[in-house]
Design a protein around this ligand. Structure first.
Ligand code: AMP
Ligand code: ZN
Length: 122
């Protein structure tokens, strides 16, 4: 945990968020500025800055966390099947476009067109 980290504060319940899923590894909540009909953020409970900090030792919890993403996407409005789907992405580091420095995966989906139909964060 990091005292002043926004997403650690959400994980600790100190800042409100629309949480849709939690387990021992992670928390998933709605992005405050959605770029598409479905826009969730999946964060590890532990404070890790970005994918740049991930090592082999993180494989197990990270794998468990990733394995939850498809189910959470479907349960929150992403569409099933080859015509549906979702985008799962982590901006990593400043050159990667990361703004909040606590590892998070965007889960983005729903009927297109999305906001601006961009390929930046959405
Ligand atoms: P990134 O640019 O990948 O670091 O994405 C940060 C994301 O966090 C953006 O999509 C923001 O809209 C989102 N965000 C910032 N503050 C909050 C908050 N308090 N609750 C939910 N989402 C947030
Ligand atoms: Zn944090």
């Amino acid at each position: 945990m990091s005292e002043n980290c926004l997403f650690c504060k959400i994980a600790r319940g100190e800042i409100p968020a629309r949480i849709v899923y939690k387990d021992d590894d992670c928390i998933v909540f709605h992005d405050i500025n959605p770029a598409a009909p479905v826009h969730l953020l999946m964060i590890p409970r532990q404070h890790i800055v970005s994918m740049q900090d991930i090592t082999d030792e993180d494989s197990v919890w990270l794998g468990r966390m990733m394995a939850q993403a498809p189910k959470i996407a479907l349960e929150n409005g992403c569409n099933a099947g080859p015509d549906g789907g979702f985008r799962l992405m982590a901006n990593s580091g400043i050159e990667g476009g990361q703004e909040v420095l606590h590892l998070h995966f965007h889960i983005i989906g729903g009927k297109r067109p999305w906001k601006g139909q961009q390929v930046t964060i959405a």
